[in-house]
Design a protein around this ligand. Structure first.
Ligand SMILES: Cc1ncc(C[n+]2csc(CCOP(=O)(O)OP(=O)(O)O)c2C)c(N)n1
Length: 273
């Protein structure tokens, strides 16, 4: 499988998005799917450039609209493995309503949010996950609001797989393969420091792996408790790994119109009507 494209990345030198790209490619190459069984979607922002660097079909969509496009792909071809790439601005500001409903629908696709706690492409304005007090040229008086905790949001919205990793090749590869195996909506947040506008200094040192603890990922109460350890404001401990994973009815599996396609392993365009 050759996932390379001729397009030269325009991310800043050293951007953790390069680690995410490498981890994603490794996961796709080894997840057991063929190249023509996968599709990718992205929003708008630095994260979204990943669309140009992976040789898979899909859509570089509109700002905040990753989730409905992924749902549309699954309804058009339930046999596709779909990966949607978003940013914290894309997923939690402009696309907030879609993010909530994606968790609620439990369609079988993977939502990967590169969270750098700022709108990077538009030069560093605060997003819903920026810490209180953060100040820069665009917000010289500092942020006055409390940040949103996306792990809590996804748990409360009904997501059946909720995970967070750091922008590290091995972590991204591992979590993505787990998410692809999961039947249902998989939410993965990747902490992706932006070296220019939000370097997240000291974050990596505070991370630890839930997989190395006694965490029971089938327990909503334990997941909720772990989600509160990092409030995106104060960096004391940052749990990484799978917070929550359970089986729930998958949206497209309940649609009788799609049963024929699923059984035949085909998409609408291959079916004679
Ligand atoms: C409808 C719409 N509103 C606003 C914009 C401007 N815009 C482009 S990228 C972006 C920020 C993206 O931030 P984020 O999703 O956090 O991605 P990052 O650049 O940090 O990876 C914004 C607001 C747009 N392109 N379209």
């Amino acid at each position: 499988m050759n996932l390379n494209t001729p397009i030269k990345p325009t991310w800043c030198p050293g951007c953790p998005n390069f680690m995410i790209l490498a981890g994603v490619k490794k996961a796709l190459e080894t997840c057991g799917k063929k190249q023509n069984e996968m599709a990718i979607v992205s929003g708008i922002g630095c994260h979204a450039k990943i669309f140009d660097y992976i040789n898979l079909p899909g859509l570089n969509s509109l700002h905040g609209r990753v989730a409905p496009v992924c749902l549309g792909l699954k309804v058009g071809n339930p046999n596709l493995t779909v990966l949607g790439f978003s940013g914290d601005g894309d997923a939690y500001a402009e696309g907030m309503e879609h993010t909530i409903h994606a968790a609620r629908y439990n369609s079988n696709w993977n939502y990967i949010v590169h969270n750098n706690q700022v709108f990077s492409l538009t030069v560093g304005q605060p997003t819903p996950t920026t810490e209180k007090g953060f100040a820069d040229k665009t917000m010289p008086m500092g942020v006055k609001t409390q940040p949103l905790n996306p792990i809590k949001l996804m748990l409360a919205s009904g997501a059946s797989f909720v995970a967070r990793v750091f922008a590290d090749i091995q972590q991204v590869e591992w979590v993505l393969k787990e998410a692809i195996k999961h039947k249902g909506f998989s939410f993965i947040e990747i902490i992706q420091p932006c070296l220019i506008f939000h370097p997240s200094i000291g974050y990596k040192e505070k991370t630890y792996s839930l997989e190395k603890t006694k965490h029971d990922k089938s327990s909503f109460d334990q997941a909720w408790k772990k989600a509160q350890e990092f409030d995106y404001n104060e960096v004391k401990k940052i749990p990484l790994g799978i917070f929550y994973q359970v089986e729930k009815p998958v949206f497209e599996d309940q649609l009788p119109q799609l049963a024929k396609l699923k059984k035949a392993g085909k998409s609408w365009k291959d079916i004679k009507r």
